[in-house]
Design a protein around this ligand. Sequence first.
Ligand code: MSP
Length: 478
Amino acid sequence: MSKIYLTTAIPYVNGAPHIGHAMDYIIADSYSRYHKLLGDDVRFQAGTDEHGNKIYRKAAENNLPVQEYVDGNAQKFKDFIKKLDVEYTDFIRTTNEDHMRRCQKIWEKLSDHIYSSRYEGWYCAGCEGYVTQTEYDENGGICPDHQKSYEKLSEENYYFRISDFKDQIREKIENDEVKILPEFRKREMLKLLEDSPDVSFSRPTSQLTWGVPVPGDESQVMYVWIDALSNYITVLGFPEEDISEWWPAAVQFVGKDILRFHSIIWLAMLIGLDLPLPKVICSHGHILANGQKMSKSIGNVVDPNEAIEKYGIDAFRYYFLRHVDTFTDGDFTWEKYESAYKTELANDLGNLVQRLATMAHKNGVKYDISDKDSANEILKDNPDYKVMMDNFEFSKAFDYAWEKVQNINKRIDDEKPWMLAKAGETEKLEDVLKSLVRDMIAANTLLVPFLPSATEKIKAVFEAEEILPPSTPLFPKD
Ligand code: MSP
């Protein structure tokens, strides 16, 4: 049994969760459940990123005291994660007192690499980030993500000397000591690292008040990313507690847009703190809606609650884990979602369970569970699946498991148990049905990381003393 720590990006609480936010959680949860099948002990962090100007402004727009505003939205994320059938162990909020105090201690520990200086240049209020002259020129002075003009800024603040760590980061990424996935993003990160200037680590309180105060300087608060990145270790108790039982993380899941912060600033911080680096940083692509980036101004943001309510959580996880490639962008349309539910989940899996359980019941077949049906044995029998899961290729592993489901359907069509029943070949019929049930249990086990709720129900049907078909269809079509 190994101990596995895995982390997810902590979303900003400047609005309600959208379908894109689900990706971090459901891929992390699939990985976590896979490790639990292997018998590992998993610690799973989730949380919310609650500081920064954007959130502060949103609270004001909503006429709410900022703490009240973030409390409400943090709860929405918590409820959302629960709805996703995601089993986390720790939930961290960056406005939490322990987190803020530990962040200040982290700052102090990094102080040899921090210096104060004046920034003169461009700034994007939407990104809350500085913009280089090259970026400014390339984007014609307008932020492509926020469609707002960059502002000119001159301010005093603290910088983190990335140059102190560049060689070590490069070496560790190149040697896969910290594995950046997918491979094409690793190359992008190495290129970005070369060009990366020192990063601003704070903002003057004239610019930003809603953040963690810089220790020993009342005129500055920490830049939101320093506070946010620290969550992965403050949640374990660092630097007040020994975190070596869980750290380094086995994997940190992030979206492609924030991989750069994790590959440069975060790794530099860890080296500066003398901590080992995570073994893997796995970045997923983004979800588009009808081929377009989701945005409130276009009005195409898909509410995950609506998608979950319509067809259930299994349908939601099914769509995003199988029909969205883990590493590249994926698309959501209601048509595709509905078709995946009706023609795949309901037909391939739902009907199969009903059909097979009915046949087994009618013919009085009992299936005795043995060691051969244990998760460990099933995983051993499917080494290709294991390799895919170990490589974080969730959609491929899901395809693999689904093929098993389709094979059982094909076997039923080919072996026609009802003909054996008609011909009175009871012994052969029993053998065929038992073997189909065995295959069903194996396929179901491979689906556990992706569809925890449905697989639980399927397990209850086929692993019971008496096989009984579900009284209501697993995936109703109306
Ligand atoms: N607060 C930062 C993360 C700090 S981590 C120390 C942030 N928040 S976010 O709310 O913008 O994004 C949270 C996560 O959701 C990120 O992993 C991001 O990539 C992911 N996604 C946001 N929109 C997404 C899609 N449309 N599709 C898939 N993932 C998306 O960045």
